[in-house]
Design a protein around this ligand. Sequence first.
Ligand code: MF3
Ligand code: CO
Length: 255
Amino acid sequence: MADLKSRADIEKMRTAGRIVRKILDRMGEMCVPGATTGELEDEASTYFLKVNGGSPFLGYAPGEHKPYPAYTCISVNEEIVHGIPGRRVLKEGDIVSVDCAVEMDGWIADSAWTFPVGKISEKAQKLLQVTEECLYKGIAQARPGNRTGDMGLAVQRHAERNGFSVIRELVGHGVGRTMHEDGLQIPNFGWRNKGTVLQCGMTFAIEPMISAGRKDIITLADGWTITTQDRSLAAHFEHTVAITTDGALILTNGE
Ligand code: MF3
Ligand code: CO
């Protein structure tokens, strides 16, 4: 069963969400040719320390994974998610997905965004635009009484209509006091009227991960980085939202 939050809980998540947005906005500004992903991570970690925010990523070690070593995930081009920041130098034409979650006062918000480095190809531009649109089309279905399948279908339809593929193995998730709450998954594909019924007080991350090529994925030898198997470009846009009587309230848009 999904955990239902009060109005006050949701406001605390929104406070964490404002910090996430600040960090992601800064990450976007730093996506210029010559910057390293490690420099982005350092900027983010400095900000975490300044505002005394907790990182749900740092040390995260589900199942067989070794502890995640950073505050952000930075995934470039064919990397979809969970890229580890380091010495990689960004170059004109790259696309860079930055994922970040912050814990403040015991509550977590999680968001991701894909940024262009300088001028990018038309294909990459379209992938970024369509994936962001997928996120908002999913959110538009996030209202009480609808089901997770309605959101998934909206995301999937828009991606596939544009010739792109939805990653299936990675899904959105309930979020609150922990980054991944049991009992609520938000796939980016689905069927009308199928899946969990959405209720007021549910809070979750919806996070389309879309490939410009095929949907198959592989994990790199570092044990974390997930890429498309065919090495096609991938984009990732994520918001944390709350279900309210008026529909979805976005908690990571900086408002
Ligand atoms: N934010 C990711 C998600 O949405 C999780 C990051 S994995 C970590 O599920 F290892 F970096 F923490
Ligand atoms: Co997430």
